[in-house]
Design a protein. Structure first.
Length: 139
């Protein structure tokens, strides 16, 4: 028995709406996640550039780049053993890249570079493509 002034939705109408919402979500979600990966890559590039600027400021004061043993920590924390240290050179610690992997730092660097600084990308391993690509200070 059906009422003439029924204001509710039928089960079929609700299922159709749910299917449409599911289809829209399946179209939009991959695009949003691809933008998230791109945003992390851009953030890592910006952080690498910021760290390089801090390394250069450290070199101006101390007349050398931090050693591998000193790590990047010397850019925001006074080690107490460097007389001409005038930091902090970074306003806050930058200990990990956007994927929560530590930045790779070595001084002196390979191929006659004063240092090597890079993020190993989303996979945390050397090499890779796309979101897994290494982001280096020398690119």
């Amino acid at each position: 028995m059906r009422y003439k002034n029924s204001n509710g939705f039928t089960l079929i109408e609700l299922l159709v709406v749910i299917v449409i919402i599911g289809l829209l979500a399946s179209l939009v979600t991959p695009k949003l996640f691809s933008k998230l990966g791109t945003a992390k890559e851009k953030t890592a590039k910006a952080q690498v550039e910021m760290i390089v600027t801090a390394l250069d400021a450290f070199k101006l004061d101390v007349n050398r780049y931090p050693t591998t043993d000193e790590k990047l920590e010397v850019l925001w924390k006074d080690p107490g053993t460097i007389k001409s240290w005038k930091g902090p050179y970074l306003p806050k610690p930058v200990t990990a890249d956007p994927w929560d992997n530590p930045y790779f730092y070595k001084s002196p660097g390979d191929n006659n570079k004063p240092f090597d600084l890079k993020s190993l990308g989303a996979d945390g391993k050397e090499g890779g493509e796309g979101e897994n690509k290494d982001i280096s200070a020398w690119e």
